[in-house]
Design a protein around this ligand. Structure first.
Ligand code: DGY
Length: 324
């Protein structure tokens, strides 16, 4: 059995997926599911053939330096901004991810956040659980109507489109978007989507803005204090993409000063740390990176990662190879 591929998983994967993998590889799991330190990552890279990694692993140039035995980073997740791709390439390590299977789950969470912050659902639940609800009143906890409003989407990839579909067909929202790739005219027509080449004009004309672009050198702090100031005061900002696309300190300040109506966040700049200014505010809904977190989706992500590992084992082209 010594010729079986040695795979180390940095976090627990769904049971059915771990079982499938263990049938074909020599798998070591992280029993207590703690996030790996740099030293643990380094040790895993030196001892395994494949590392099943994820967003909580900081695979930077120092960790991916010389002496790695690993030849595949099978990422459990679509985003790969936690992997230094140049360093992986230099170390002759392939990288795969799990695109496609988490589109609907993530778009669902974007809509959850949009509805929760517009309709003050978090505030209402906190009030009720605190025993402070004195009954219905015509003027209590009034929120913002969602139906018919304008949704600005930044990054119109799979998840951006899935969010636009929910907003357009479920809530009759008008869709505008800013994206490197413009949709085909027929796709724009189906969604009634209007393309904005200029981010400022998109921000200025939206009631809600939802971020769906990847975290790259170009999108780091894309929404900084200056850009946040371009949003109308009535606007809500939703982020299910990556935390570092927004300057969290600037967002906390804009929300505290009433320069922005509210925000719904699933991702943060320094996860699991959340900017303390945000934790104090009622007009922000905060979720703990739950975007892809349905049982069905996490299993599908795991199976997608295993498909890539099996292709690697048999010397085939990876179905979801990430290239820079
Ligand atoms: C993803 O797939 O990138 C999710 O954010 C979980 O990592």
């Amino acid at each position: 059995m010594t010729d079986r591929l040695k795979v180390i998983l940095t976090r627990r994967w769904p049971a059915a997926v771990e079982t499938r993998l263990a049938a074909v590889c020599d798998v070591r799991v992280n029993d207590d599911d703690h996030p790996f330190s740099s030293a643990e990552l380094r040790q895993a890279l030196e001892t395994a053939d494949v590392l099943g990694c994820t967003v909580t692993d900081r695979l930077d140039a120092a960790v991916l330096g010389a002496g790695c035995r690993v030849k595949l980073l099978a990422n459990f997740g679509v985003g790969f901004n936690h992997i230094d791709m140049k360093a992986a390439q230099a170390a002759d390590i392939q990288v795969s991810n799990t695109p496609g299977v988490l589109t609907d789950a993530t778009a669902d969470i974007a809509m959850t956040l949009l509805l929760m912050c517009a309709r003050r659902a978090g505030e209402g639940e906190r009030l009720l659980r605190a025993g402070a609800w004195s009954g219905w009143s015509p003027t209590s906890l009034l929120g913002t109507q969602v139906s018919g409003k304008t949704l600005g989407i930044v990054g119109m990839g799979r998840i951006g489109v899935a969010t636009a579909r929910r907003a357009a067909f479920g809530f009759n929202m008008k869709i505008r978007y800013h994206s490197r790739r413009r949709l085909e005219p027929v796709e724009e027509a189906v969604l009634g989507a209007e393309w904005h080449g200029d981010l400022v004009s998109l921000l200025a004309s939206s009631d809600f803005v939802s971020l769906h672009c990847p975290s790259t050198a170009e999108t780091q702090h894309l929404l900084d204090a200056k850009m946040l100031a371009c949003l109308p005061q009535r606007a809500f900002l939703i982020n299910t993409a990556r935390g570092d696309i927004i300057d969290e300190a600037a967002l906390a300040e804009a929300l505290a000063n009433g320069r922005l109506a509210g925000a719904g966040l699933d991702v943060y700049e320094r996860e699991p740390v959340v900017h303390p200014g945000l934790l104090e505010l009622d007009n922000v809904v905060l979720l703990p990176h739950q975007g892809s977190g349905s049982r069905e989706t996490r299993e599908a992500m795991g199976h997608c990662a295993v498909d890539n590992i099996e292709a690697f084992m048999t010397g085939q082209e990876l179905p979801n190879r990430v290239s820079t």
